[in-house]
Design a protein around this ligand. Structure first.
Ligand SMILES: [Zn+2]
Length: 147
């Protein structure tokens, strides 16, 4: 039974014109208070919904940023320079020019000796790896960096 039905029942049971008038006024007052409360709740709900949408957008942007940072960390920021090329913590080699992975081992001539150098697809340059001014084979450098 709703509040209104309960009220009607009460009015019928005890109803006099005076009682009806008094209680209808009271009922109206309570109804308008309930409506005011409902209005506040609805506007709060609306505000919360828009905050949720904003938070979802922000979360999506943060995810994108996080992805970019992870990529940057993987491809550049945490690389260290050794033997004239870049290396990550797993011992993978990266191009000193474009910092991309996947360099190829190629024979190169250094002064009068043949040495395994590294070449990236970004340029024709052969990178002869050097240790204390002496060329070192790319495979040897990779073996050391893998440790
Ligand atoms: Zn490159």
């Amino acid at each position: 039974m709703s509040l209104l039905e309960l009220f009607d029942k009460w009015v019928i049971e005890r109803g006099s014109a005076k009682v009806q008038e008094k209680h209808i006024a009271l009922f109206r007052d309570q109804l308008s208070q309930a409506e005011a409360k409902n209005y506040v709740i609805e506007s709060e709900n609306k505000s919360l919904k828009s905050q949720l949408v904003e938070a979802e957008i922000e979360n999506e942007n943060l995810k994108k940023k996080m992805n970019e940072i992870e990529k940057a960390v993987h491809s550049g920021n945490l690389l260290s320079l050794q033997f004239g090329v870049y290396w990550d913590n797993d011992g993978n080699v990266y191009c000193p020019k474009c910092k991309a992975p996947g360099m190829q081992i190629k024979w190169a001539t250094y002064v009068n000796q043949q040495v395994n150098a590294l070449k990236c697809s970004c340029a024709d340059t052969l990178y002869v790896l050097m240790e204390n001014g002496v060329p070192i084979h790319a495979q040897e450098a990779m073996k050391r960096m893998a440790r």
